[in-house]
Design a protein around this ligand. Structure first.
Ligand SMILES: *Cc1c(COP(=O)(O)O)cnc(C)c1O
Length: 367
């Protein structure tokens, strides 16, 4: 039987040699390689400043604190995302306010944002889900009108673009280099910004709030990245363009050949980087996941790993229910019953792609 995983990091000889060189140098913690990684990432992203940290979650937390978000504030974001997005808001002391998403690109629906803006609203966190950028022109216009900070959760969207501008370069950007992401350092993250004050604050919060050694200017944590991880990141960054091309070519093949399911779209002017290739499999009953689950089980039985990102929107998860969230966000709720992510990663072979297409089409033709 085939075994086609949903993701697979591509680590080559160059990464291995880079790590060995760090180990031999004796400089294991944050050092010159972190700085080089930041400079290379800022150049790729088209921003002035990049601050490397030890996870995407840390990037979100730091960005919120650097923008002055705290207790009493509200932060508008998507309910259809990984829990880290909303958890970071809770950890800042602010309250996440969920706005429903679009069923075209799975991202926050800009038309619904302004109804949720209150005098307490301090920031918007658009999440570029699955690698497809949000409608940033509309979101930036709303943010400007209401003087809100924009913190992009670009953890899944490294190198995605809207009108040739990179995700993470509109507001402050947050990236993750977790092992399943489009480029990896094992664990790791990055904050991007064009605002030197935000960059300065972020660098302090990353390192115990210190402005200079043993002189705290604010409160902070240890959110530092290691030079070992940065060495991997520097190499991965040189390979990112090829990784992305492979993801896009794999996605194009799947979209051309899959039948009986709704394939992902790429909005005009956007460049999707296909962190996930997410199809929709609607059931006859709108609140049922039956058709999706049947297809997932069928693929699993033929050795094709699939995943549901995300089976429960954040506002419906037990902890958030306990906090009193009882919003009705019908699009996110329906999508959570319909979505299924198929393998699209750059390690797939042409044979793997044919196997995936054959298995999906066989299953949907029978249905
Ligand atoms: C991966 C991810 C995060 C968290 O990143 P970590 O590096 O795992 O902490 C946050 N938001 C989204 C949308 C993600 O996909």
């Amino acid at each position: 039987m085939k075994n086609i995983p949903i993701s697979r990091p591509l680590i080559g000889d160059e990464e291995k040699e880079a790590v060995l060189a760090v180990l031999e140098s004796g400089q294991l913690t944050q050092g010159p390689r972190v700085r080089r990684f930041e400079e290379a990432f800022a150049a790729m992203c088209g921003v002035q400043e990049a601050i490397a940290v030890n996870s995407g979650t840390a990037a979100l937390m730091i960005a919120l604190l650097a923008h002055g978000v705290g207790p009493g504030d509200e932060v508008i974001t998507s309910p259809f995302t990984f829990a880290a997005t909303a958890n970071a808001v809770l950890f800042s002391g602010a309250r996440p306010v969920f706005v429903d998403v679009s069923d075209v690109d799975f991202n926050i629906d800009p038309a619904l944002i302004e109804a949720k803006v209150t005098p307490r609203t301090k920031a918007i966190i658009p999440v570029h889900l699955f690698g497809h950028p949000c409608d940033m022109a509309a979101i930036m216009a709303i943010a400007e009108r209401h003087r809100l900070a924009v913190i992009e959760d670009a953890c899944q969207a490294v190198a995605a673009t809207v009108s040739d501008k990179k995700a993470g370069s509109f507001g402050s950007g947050c990236f993750s280099f977790y092992a399943t992401k489009n480029m990896t350092t094992g664990e790791g993250g990055m904050i991007t910004t064009n605002d030197p004050q935000i960059a300065e604050k972020a660098r302090m919060i990353r390192n115990h709030g210190q402005a200079a050694r043993y002189s705290a200017a604010t409160t902070g944590y240890n959110f530092r990245l290691t030079d070992v991880a940065a060495a991997i990141g520097i190499v991965q960054l040189t390979r990112l363009a090829r990784f992305t091309e492979r993801r896009r070519a794999n996605a194009a093949y799947l979209s051309q050949h899959l039948r009986g399911v709704i394939t992902p779209t790429e909005r005009l002017g956007c460049r999707h980087v296909y962190h996930q290739y997410t199809i929709r499999v609607p059931s006859a009953q709108p609140d049922s996941s039956q058709a999706r689950d049947v297809l997932a089980a069928r693929l699993e039985s033929t050795g094709i790993q699939t995943t549901v990102y995300y089976p429960t929107p954040i506002h419906q998860q037990p902890y958030y229910r306990g906090l009193g969230y009882n919003d009705s966000l019908p699009v996110a709720e329906r999508l959570s019953c319909e979505v299924l992510s198929l393998p699209v990663h750059p390690a797939l072979t042409q044979d793997d792609l044919k196997t995936i297409v054959a298995a999906v089409n066989e299953s949907t033709e029978e249905a």
